[in-house]
Design a binder for this molecule. Structure first.
Ligand code: ADP
Length: 387
């Protein structure tokens, strides 16, 4: 087959944009939007696809760049294992540059086949972090860690090389039959303003706007969904780790070794109500950058993870000090798996959310396969729930 001609990229408003006849518009270039664009180019090379993103690739404000990048089968329904394994094979193969690494995941608690103390002797770097008396038993799982931001960048670049068009710095909203695209620019007083607006029609639109997706369908098309969002912070714990340090699950927290330290991933307890503005809570009267729910989670994990009670934990002084992002919650469920569904004729909502590290790529592929009329790979559960 002859190599595809690369698509066009509009990075800034100096590059004149003219609407062409696209078959599919993909809105949002996080990991879900970039992946579905690439898979559409793979499956239907004759279709023209435009990928639109409000920021750059990858956007600093999206959920993708701060996602833990922790692939694991632990806790996943059995009928989704085959596609999770497919996703991992993609991560190790096609997206091998996304910093992938096989690691052990230790789930610490009261049950499990292994003795926590004995496991710790194999990982001396964990001895200062974990008190085995608080979690005497452990279960050992296989895991794989990678950088979701690098994955989105690689998928976006591969999609453009394969012929997809990419429109950056452009805010999209839904209109019947297509999207309204506002090309943004920055004034010399650092204000973001709309430079020009285009209305583009297409037979199929994929809404991959992350946490903003459900609201966008409601606002633009009047389609109400049960999906929701939550603000998740991922504070840093400065304890030494290496490429072989295991990932820990303990007291509801996940501790992901990263860049020589640890990123803490707190649980998502519930959806945040519409209009919720994240704010830092106080710890013994001192303002921090961590939201109250997360502070409570950290305090209640101290028995198992005494390192959280030391200066190694970066609590920050205000919200801006702690990395955090809005996550989509498919079906409003903190444990919701990545999902896609046709919410209006020709409009497909694609949501990653908290489990996108494991099932995000395969869910993007499911949607691409459905649009392209191609069968799913063998062994995959037939379809994700329609709503
Ligand atoms: P996901 O895991 O679903 O890919 P992200 O939050 O990482 O979630 O990605 C969503 C992307 O959509 C982000 O890069 C964000 O900048 C982009 N986005 C959000 N709202 C808009 C919008 N109105 N127009 C264009 N892009 C948007």
């Amino acid at each position: 087959m002859a190599p595809a001609t690369a698509g066009q990229v509009w990075a800034h408003v100096g590059q004149p944009f003219k609407a062409a006849g696209w078959d599919v518009l993909v809105l949002g270039a996080g990991r879900m939007g970039t992946a579905v664009t690439l898979f559409l180019r793979d499956l239907r090379p004759e279709w023209r696809v435009l990928l639109v993103e409000e920021g750059g690739l990858p956007n600093e404000d999206g959920a993708t760049i701060l996602a833990p990048g922790l692939w694991t089968l632990a806790g996943l329904p059995e009928d989704r294992h085959a596609e999770a394994q497919w996703g991992r094979a993609q991560l190790e193969g096609r997206f091998g540059g996304a910093g992938g690494q096989a690691r052990t995941l230790l789930s610490l608690g009261q049950d499990g086949e292994e003795d926590t103390g004995a496991l710790l002797t194999r990982h001396p770097e964990l001895t200062g972090m974990v008190d085995p008396a608080g979690a005497p038993r452990a279960a050992v799982h296989e895991a794989f860690t990678y950088r979701p931001g690098a994955l989105a960048l690689a998928a976006g670049q591969a999609a453009v090389r394969a012929g997809a068009d990419l429109l950056l710095n452009t805010r999209a909203s839904l209109i019947p039959g297509g999207a309204c695209l506002e090309r943004l620019t920055v004034t010399n007083t650092h204000q973001i303003v709309t430079h020009e607006t285009h209305e583009v029609q297409a037979p199929q639109v994929v809404v991959a706007l992350g946490a903003a997706g459900p609201h966008a369908t409601e606002h633009g098309l009047g389609v109400h969904t049960r999906h929701a969002r939550a603000y998740r912070q991922t504070p840093r714990l400065n304890v030494p780790t290496s490429d072989t340090t295991p990932v820990l699950h303990a007291a509801g927290l996940t501790l992901r070794p990263q860049s020589g330290g640890v990123t803490i991933i707190p649980p998502v307890h519930h959806r945040d109500p519409h209009g919720y503005a994240p704010q830092g809570g106080q710890l013994t009267g001192v303002p921090t950058g961590l939201r109250r729910e997360t502070l409570e989670d950290l305090v209640s994990a101290l028995e198992v993870l005494p390192a959280l009670g030391t200066d190694a934990l970066e609590t920050g002084r205000s919200l801006a000090d702690v990395p955090g992002a809005w996550l989509a919650l498919p079906h409003g469920d903190p444990a919701g798996l990545p999902w896609h569904g046709e919410v209006a004729p020709g409009v497909h909502l694609l949501l990653g959310g908290p489990q996108a590290d494991t099932l995000g790529l395969s869910t993007a592929y499911r949607l691409a396969a459905q649009l392209a009329g191609v069968a799913l790979p063998e062994g995959w559960a037939p379809a994700v729930s329609p709503r």
